[in-house]
Ligand binder design. Sequence first.
Ligand SMILES: [Zn+2]
Length: 136
Amino acid sequence: MVQIKTLIPLILIFSIIFEPSYSAPSCQCVAFRMDDVQDYWVDNAQIAIMHVFHKKHTSLTIGIIGNIFGDDPTLIQYIKNNIKNESSIEIANHGWNHENFTDFNKKQQSLLMEKTDKKLTKLFGIKPTVFLHLTA
Ligand SMILES: [Zn+2]
């Protein structure tokens, strides 16, 4: 059984805060993301986190690393079930090999993103519309 305290560091939370100088009104919202989703890596924790969000009917964006994802049937089936039944989980492209995209030119970046997008589209029938860059 995974303790929630051990899961908290795995969840990267960022809030969207609009500065007063912006013309758009504040959404007073928070977006949750979980990066580095990959095969056989703390599977129980990855699934437990997604399950908590699913049970709370709260959206979670999961950043999948394309080249090390796709062979873990438990993880793939869990994600498939949840992106089809409800939209609480959104899949996002988190690079092909978790690379720092600022190290590549625009064409190279496009190729890396395309590889992950194609793989995720083939697995889930949904093309990611979100790209999650590395955090510091
Ligand atoms: Zn990452």
